[in-house]
Design a protein around this ligand. Structure first.
Ligand code: ASP
Length: 460
């Protein structure tokens, strides 16, 4: 009998037994805090013995405290099997060859019923088992480089990824896809855009906001779009491919240095900032929205610059910031600091002396804007002029995270501050643009009526 209650103990086990409720049953529960209906999940190792866990139809899990339960009823029973078969990818002569690198994240995740958490566990081979449509698009080979959530990505992983991608390109691959957690995908995208230059083929990063066990998962469609972009598009850039609008109508391809995760849970979370997306993509076609991008070539002349200095930092300014924040970085040997300042690029007066001390000690300080859209303009107010006289360098319209990654990459190559400045202010991948398009800020934001209207009118 015991395994009908998979791991439940104590009061929780008593409750399930008293109402005759089995693990995996579809159960309705009346509690003092409202009514719930969902699948009773096995008890996880880390749970106490006073809660039962229900997976709701929305895909979210809720813990229900035993003492709140008034009544329970089994409505049905369906044991879930979450094992996805590994499948060997079919090969076809006439299809482009695409390499998928796995790094982890929700797109490579499944629910772990041991801990009840989402864990990075799908191998890329299993991903194919789950999305067989990929075989209509290309010959896919896969390699799992890491299995981490993206908060655990960093310089070591960027370097390994850039080198691995460079090798594939030199061997003649037609396109690259990188499965990655969405949280820091924009950091990795810009790191790759700086480290892998002159790529002859598309390099497409993809993730998912909802894991594949949830009905609203965006994993499969994003993967199909990304694979199609890698196999067929003529945009030989580092890009992020994710949902465009909140619906599954189409995806957007964003330039790796102008993209940012902007919503913690929407599937349409990635937005191009300071520009318009590179292209729209659906199952049938890729529709470019811009034409100023690097085009696909037939050579293999990629240049990999896999360098990163870890002693760089990004500070988000807040009112009443104290100078000791900057002093601490200088005392700890940091070589460069990016500040995300207010408005046109400002911080408060008490921080000035610390900035002056830092720049005099040879620490490079670059200013970006918290507004994300628009340029740093330090000539407009006294504050900006004062800060520049203390050695702060305005970083044009580079996004704060991109400037941080670029500063690490620049210091990875040289300690000469003039050289670093030259690298920082010379655009590599649209991280600095001459102007921001008038239709970027409002129109091309995806899922809003203006965008739908515009796209319908312009792209038939
Ligand atoms: N925490 C996850 C990650 O960034 C979220 C995701 O993949 O969407 O790895």
């Amino acid at each position: 009998m015991a395994d009908l209650f998979k791991g439940y103990k104590g009061q929780a086990l008593g409750l399930l037994k008293s109402y005759n409720i089995r693990v995996w049953s579809d159960t309705s529960v009346k509690t003092t805090r409202g009514d719930f209906r969902g699948i009773v999940l096995p008890r996880s190792e880390n749970d106490d013995d006073r809660h039962i866990v229900l997976k709701l139809a929305t895909g979210y899990n809720v813990g229900i405290a035993v003492e709140t339960v008034l009544d329970m009823k089994e409505e049905g029973y369906k044991e879930a099997h979450y094992k996805i078969p590994e499948k060997e990818f079919p090969f076809s002569e006439d299809k482009p060859n695409v390499k998928l690198f796995g790094t982890g994240g929700t797109i490579a995740s499944r629910l772990d019923y041991r801990t009840g958490a989402v864990i990075p566990a799908f191998s890329p081979g299993e991903l194919y088992g789950a999305v067989p449509e990929l075989a209509d698009i290309c010959n896919l080979t896969t390699e799992k480089l890491f299995a981490v959530f993206s908060e655990n990505m960093g310089p070591k992983q960027y370097i390994k990824l850039a080198i691995s991608i460079g090798k594939e390109i030199e061997k003649g691959i037609n396109g690259i896809v990188i499965g990655h957690g969405t949280d820091t995908m924009h950091h990795t995208a810009s790191a790759l855009a700086f480290m892998i230059q002159n790529s002859p083929v598309p390099i497409v990063m993809v993730g998912s906001q909802r894991s594949s066990d949830r009905p609203s998962s965006d994993a499969a469609l994003n993967l199909m779009h990304a694979t199609k972009a890698a196999a067929e598009s003529d945009i030989a850039e580092v890009m992020v491919c994710m949902f465009g609008p909140t619906s599954d109508e189409y995806g957007l391809l964003h330039s790796g240095c102008r993209v940012r995760k902007m919503h913690s849970s929407y599937r349409s979370t990635f937005r191009t900032l300071g520009d318009i997306p590179l292209a729209m993509i659906d199952r049938e076609k890729i529709t470019p929205l811009r034409d100023n991008y690097n085009k696909r070539r037939n050579d293999k002349n990629v240049k990999v610059l896999p360098y990163f200095e870890e002693k760089v930092a990004l500070i988000y300014y807040y009112p009443n910031m104290m100078p000791d924040i900057i002093d601490a970085l200088v005392d700890n040997g940091y070589k460069g600091i990016v500040i995300a300042g207010t408005g046109l690029g400002h911080v408060n007066k008490p921080v000035y002396p610390a900035i002056e001390r830092a720049t005099k000690a040879g620490v490079a300080i670059y200013m970006t804007v918290q507004t994300l859209w628009g340029y740093v303009h330090m000539f407009v107010y006294d504050t900006g002029r004062d800060l520049m006289s203390k050695g702060i360098i305005p970083a044009e319209n580079m996004l704060p995270e991109v400037a941080y990654i670029k500063l690490g990459w620049a210091f990875g190559q040289t300690n000469d501050l003039e050289e670093v400045k030259k690298i920082m202010l010379t655009p590599v991948c649209d991280e600095i643009t001459e102007r921001e398009p008038y239709n970027g800020y409002l129109v091309f934001q995806g899922g809003i009526p203006e965008m739908e209207e515009f796209l319908k009118r312009v792209h038939k």
